[in-house]
Design a protein. Structure first.
Ligand code: SF4
Ligand code: SF4
Ligand code: SF4
Length: 366
């Protein structure tokens, strides 16, 4: 363990901790834009600068390891002036777009500009203008709003293990992009969207659906048995965005399905009642018009709506009939990764103990 002093207060942290870790342990707040606790320190935004006794210039707290007896000052008029200047530089070629930006109200850059009261900018000059918009299906990449904090690059490499994007070009032209500046073609997990501190990365389906006064509902992702925790953001009874919190079992990380594939919830094509497939008798001409309730046509097959009681009785009768006629091994059960462990356990129990066969499998084995 290492003991150091921060703003006159003693704190003990583990060896290999950074000065920023020690500052956070004391609940002292200093600005950061490129820092993420799960990612390699980067020191790119230069906002977490602190004075350390014995070091001539201010030093980035996120990249400096602690040492025994270190004396750190986190705030002074000079440090605050430098932070403000750094912010002005970051904003000098940033679009004045908060009015329509999907991230407004949830943007760390906007929050810091507000905190430091940056209205005028001394460094206005050339602006980066990228006319091309990425044609990928999920992620809106508005690189004019990118502050080159590198969080997206690190999360893609270190958490997702994909490395789909990186820094390209040099100097003022530096840009985050996929190889050869092509359209993004990756896992579309959206981890990069989740860590981006600005409106540079957002969900394409978020557009103009709502930013504030969203109702939050914590729930479990319906897609697979991993059971990731998700938070539904709801406006006027519609799910308009899905996020996940860092304190959850999945640490806020999701896959493409959990993060972006929620629009089925409000789809008018969703099945809301059981359907029973109808096999027309060869002898009699089948007429859709003569039936009541009307038949539905799905993938060239014909179905009719039924109540749950009717559907379940039908399934039970047919299984009994097949078992009696051809034996239990003529039946097989295929379960789903979308079910819970308990539901899958009950399903195999039903197939083994009630039907009497070991022909049971699970779609995840595909
Ligand atoms: S990224 Fe942030 S600062 Fe930039 S326009 Fe959007 S809300 Fe405003
Ligand atoms: S969506 Fe996932 S895989 Fe694609 S660039 Fe972002 S982090 Fe990498
Ligand atoms: S896209 Fe976002 S996360 Fe990536 S470097 Fe730019 S601001 Fe940072």
């Amino acid at each position: 363990m290492v003991t150091l002093t921060i703003d006159g207060k003693k704190v003990t942290v583990r060896k290999l901790s950074t000065v920023l870790d020690a500052i956070k342990k004391l609940n002292i707040s200093i600005p950061t834009l490129c820092h993420h606790p799960d990612l390699t320190p980067f020191g790119g935004c230069r906002l977490c600068i602190v004075d350390i006794k014995g070091i001539a210039r201010p030093t980035t707290a996120c990249t400096t390891p602690v040492s025994e007896g270190m004396e750190v000052i986190t705030t002074s008029p000079t440090l605050e002036k430098m932070r403000r200047t750094t912010l002005e530089l970051l904003l000098s070629d940033h679009p004045d777009d908060c009015r329509v930006c999907e991230r407004a109200g949830d943007c760390k850059l906007q929050e810091l500009a507000y905190f430091y009261g940056i209205r005028e900018n001394h460094f206005l000059g050339e602006r980066r203008i990228y006319k091309k918009r990425d044609g990928n299906p999920f992620i809106e990449r508005d690189m004019e709003k990118c502050i080159l904090c590198g969080k997206c690059v690190r999360v893609c490499d270190e958490i997702e293990g994909v490395g789909a994007i990186d820094f390209a070009y040099r100097g003022f032209r530096t840009k985050i992009c996929p190889p050869y500046d092509k359209d993004l073609d990756c896992e579309f997990c959206g981890q990069c969207v989740a860590v981006c501190p600005t409106g540079a990365l957002t969900g394409k389906m978020w557009k103009q659906k709502g930013r504030q006064n969203l109702k939050e509902i914590d729930t479990i992702c319906p897609y697979c048995g991993c059971g990731c925790n998700i938070t539904l953001l709801i406006k006027r009874n519609d799910v308009i965005r899905v996020t996940s919190k860092p304190e959850t079992i999945n640490e806020g990380w999701l896959c493409v399905k959990g993060r972006f594939c929620y629009e089925f919830i409000n789809s008018p094509e969703r099945l809301t009642k059981p359907l029973i497939r109808v096999v027309p008798k060869e002898s009699s001409a089948f007429s859709v018009q003569q039936t009541n309730p009307p038949f539905l046509s799905l993938s060239k097959e014909l179905f009719r709506e039924a109540s749950w009681d009717e559907a379940l009785n039908y399934i039970a009768d047919r299984l009994k009939e097949i078992k009696e006629k051809y034996g239990p091994d003529s039946i097989a059960g295929l379960s789903s990764a979308k079910c819970t462990n308990e539901e899958n356990y009950l399903f195999q129990k039903f197939i083994r103990a009630v039907i009497g066969t070991n022909n049971v499998d699970h779609c995840a084995r595909y």
